[in-house]
Design a protein around this ligand. Structure first.
Ligand SMILES: [Zn+2]
Length: 49
């Protein structure tokens, strides 16, 4: 069975899945919620897409 560790999105640079525990900041935008997270692969802070 799937666990609760579903990714919140993918790194726009390297396309790696970003798990939810990597999220640094969540915030609201006019078009909905958004977040910044640390990519586990390239170790950049990115906006998951
Ligand atoms: Zn990355």
């Amino acid at each position: 069975m799937a666990t609760s560790r579903s990714p919140i999105g993918r790194c726009p640079s390297c396309q790696s899945d970003i798990p939810s525990h990597r999220v640094l900041i969540e915030y609201e935008r006019t078009d909905g919620p958004a977040a910044y997270a640390e990519c586990p692969d390239c170790r950049d802070v990115v906006r998951p897409e």
